[in-house]
Design a protein around this ligand. Sequence first.
Ligand code: EPU
Length: 337
Amino acid sequence: MIREFHHIDLRDRNSFGVAQHARRLVEFETADDLRAIFAAGVPDRWTVLSGGNNILFTQDYDGVLLTPVARGIELLADEGDEVRLRVEAGVEWDDLVAWAVERGLWGIENLSLIPGKAGAAPVQNIGAYGCEASDAIRRVEMFCVGTGNRLTLDAAHCAFGYRESVFKHELRGKVVITAIEIALHRTPRPRLGYGDVEREVEARGGATLRNIREAICAIRRAKLPDPKVLGNAGSFFKNPVVEQAVADRLRAEFPDMPLYPAAGQADRAKLAAGWLIDRAGMKGYREGSVGVHERQALVLVNFGGATGGEVLVLARKVQQRVRERFGVEIDTEVNIL
Ligand code: EPU
């Protein structure tokens, strides 16, 4: 079913809570809905607005926003250890995690409490606490705007990387994701290696699915602001991947600087943008209605009534300070419109 809105206030549809308007917004469920929406021709400007958790509107959107609202979770196969699910794009990601944990299915518990919808998970390959959506995603279903056909892409062709996928590049503006297919497992496979996870899990009595979910939720709640209370889009910046020589130079100067291997890139290393921003003196920095979160420097917040433009000005300032202090570029992870 399609629901259509005109000149709609987006304040409640973006987690930054900025009050821009869109010319038109259409909620859809299926590929057939999308075919009907595009039947009259492809509009000059359109994009998907899913949960609005990774987007910053800096102006009114003079185009069409498409919002998935289908919330079905379908069991495709249940054989031995592996359980396959088809999850429609409008399912809240954390509802999916809760659903899996309740049924004793392992694989996405470390991704508890990540705001956003399932259809957006493959786009930026959401990740946290040593796990990424791509660990579970097997296929992605989409509607191809150019041809009007449905397409299914195997994970091997999704070019998943750290906060990366084909949907941010070659397929950007060409497809609308309608569902994902994920594989979960009945055999326990706890991943506790990241930061405080193991300690928090042990404090709850050991590595059960429920304890891991609770531990991850507690860690996130302690560090990350709740967008319902304080407008934000999670990490505003990506952790930068730099040449090993740059990492070595910085490590020599700052021995306590966190440094991680860059997956699949032997001559490069990943730095912690939060640490760089923190040490550049910007953690907790506030400018009017916007600021750098006091407990996690990767997160920019709207204290109330801020415009997207104000957030962007702050973001540029943070990038500049990090550049001046460390000679490192930090890219935005949030989609800026
Ligand atoms: N750090 C600081 N100061 C800060 C923030 C971090 O010194 O203000 C240091 C920490 O002490 C730690 C290192 O930086 O040594 C890394 O920090 P943390 O483990 O908190 O993770 P992160 O790299 O800051 C990433 C993701 C988060 C995810 C966490 C946990 C990115 C851009 N962010 O943050 O994802 O929850 O790891 O896995 O990769 C998101 O994408 O919205 C998000 C919140």
